[in-house]
Ligand binder design. Structure first.
Ligand code: B16
Ligand code: MG
Length: 220
């Protein structure tokens, strides 16, 4: 087994608690469209791009929109989402996330971001944690969504690492599947019942230090 040399973090649900803002904004949009939208359905949107998320909601509601209306709705959702995001401060970082990044950097591990979000850089800036990331691969750079491994492949390449030496941290089903398909080591953030293909699942990054985590992965 290859030595672990770097970490690739998803953003929403791993570093920062923005999943609740996506839910609120999608919920408001679904109401406008007269489509019921539950927290269970929201689970299926985690890690999924904005375009694909709106398409899923329309499919669930059995509705379709013209191309112009579709774009307008995506714009509205992002406007509402950003209203929440702009109110955010460093308290919105998930438990243990900043300390984990700090420690990983001290240990000399290469750190990158692999997010489907087009708002990733703005959010990292608002939290004041952009400097930890040697590479940021976000929704503006990728052409294929998770569960395609493209976002993590690009991240590992930018860090000069191969997938077996790189740990992906993900809260979404689609993201863990992407990491599995790409041959990455996999840490799930959330519940083991949902993230079945993760090698280790923790509720958040406060549970263990980077060194402890690497130690555990080396024993699998
Ligand atoms: P945006 P991640 C994903 O971020 C979110 O999980 C998903 O809910 C969202 O639709 C997607 O980003 C696109 O976000 O509308 O900001 O471009 O989890 O991959 O960091
Ligand atoms: Mg996520």
């Amino acid at each position: 087994m290859k030595a672990i040399k770097g970490f690739l973090f998803d953003l929403d649900g791993v570093i920062v608690d923005t999943a609740k803002f996506h839910f609120k904004a999608w919920h408001r949009l679904a109401s406008e469209l007269d489509i019921p939208f539950t927290e269970e359905q929201n689970e299926e949107l985690k890690g999924v791009s904005r375009v694909e998320s709106l398409q899923k909601i329309l499919d669930w509601g059995g509705k379709s929109l013209s191309a112009d209306e579709f774009d307008r709705m995506m714009g509205l959702k992002n406007e509402w989402y950003l209203e929440f995001v702009r109110e955010m401060n460093s308290d919105e970082a998930l438990p243990g996330a900043v300390e984990f990044l700090e420690e990983a950097q001290k240990q000399g591990l290469a750190i990158g971001l692999g997010s489907a979000s087009k708002n990733a850089v703005l959010i990292l800036d608002l939290l004041g944690i952009k400097h930890y990331f040697k590479t940021i691969i976000d929704g503006n750079l990728i052409t294929k969504s998770k569960p395609d491994p493209q976002v993590f492949d690009m991240g590992a390449k930018a860090l000069g690492l191969d997938p077996e030496s790189t740990v992906v941290f993900e809260d979404s089903l689609a993201g863990i599947e992407a990491a599995l398909r790409g041959g990455f080591r996999r840490v799930g953030i959330g519940s083991a019942d949902i993230l079945r293909d993760a090698e280790i699942v923790v509720p958040n990054l406060a549970q263990m230090s980077p060194a402890e985590l690497i130690n555990q992965l080396n024993q699998i």
